[in-house]
Design a protein. Structure first.
Length: 225
């Protein structure tokens, strides 16, 4: 079990002795494997359908969470994430709330292009993207800092709107990396040093008393193949 705590503004109570401790439990996952994942293409705001394996990954996670009572489900509006959220939702009578701020990082003109083919034309940009993400700049997409600045307020909003509730969030690989960089106090410079968020990997975070407590991080024990 990995545990890490971090204080943040927005959840506070004036009289500790006169109120119930309010805890929000977050189940956070990435979408299932997509066709462009297989082809090693940048996706970003463009979309690619789940592969047969990607659908199975979502089904495996859905089965493992079948007894969890979710009070709300949030998803990036990009269909690969929404489709994953819909599979995980199963028979629950819950709306999937589309949250624009949970979209994947915009890669601009890189979207749809193969990762392995970018080095020649965009040598400096790809070097910084993978080895110095804090220095990465783009004229047609977002920086890592841009994405973190929209994702973290969205995270706080969800927590504040669901005190003492259980919430499922379905998003994207870089979004998850940036959320955990914030929680773990990892600088953008070291963003890629933490573990990979595999498709439908599950993280569970409890938030109470102004602290994040990580229960699971990028867990794939629900995989059956």
């Amino acid at each position: 079990m990995v545990m890490q705590v971090k204080n943040f503004p927005g959840l506070f109570w004036k009289n500790v002795n006169e109120r119930k401790i309010m805890m929000t439990r977050l189940y956070i996952t990435r979408h299932g494997q997509t066709q462009w994942n297989l082809e090693r293409r940048f996706q970003g705001h463009k979309d690619s359908p789940l592969t047969d394996l990607g659908v199975k990954q979502a089904q495996w996670l859905s089965e493992s969470l079948k007894d969890v009572k979710f009070d709300a489900i949030y998803s990036s509006p990009i269909y690969r994430a929404y489709h994953t959220a819909d599979i995980i939702r199963g028979i629950r009578n819950l709306e999937i709330r589309k949250q624009e701020l949970l979209k994947e990082m915009s890669f601009g003109e890189w979207e749809g292009l193969c990762i392995d083919g970018l080095n020649e034309k965009y040598r400096d940009e790809t070097e910084k993207f993978w080895n110095a993400p804090h220095l990465y700049q783009t004229v047609s997409g977002e920086t890592f800092e841009d994405v973190q600045k929209r994702v973290i307020p969205a995270l706080h909003e969800i927590i504040n709107n669901h005190k003492d509730q259980t919430v499922l969030m379905v998003a994207h690989g870089i979004v998850l990396k940036l959320i955990f960089a914030y929680i773990d106090n990892i600088s953008l410079e070291n963003l890629w040093e933490s573990p990979v968020a595999h498709p439908t990997s599950l993280s569970i975070i409890d938030v109470a008393e102004n602290e994040f407590v990580i229960i699971k991080k990028y867990d794939v024990s629900h995989y059956k193949a």
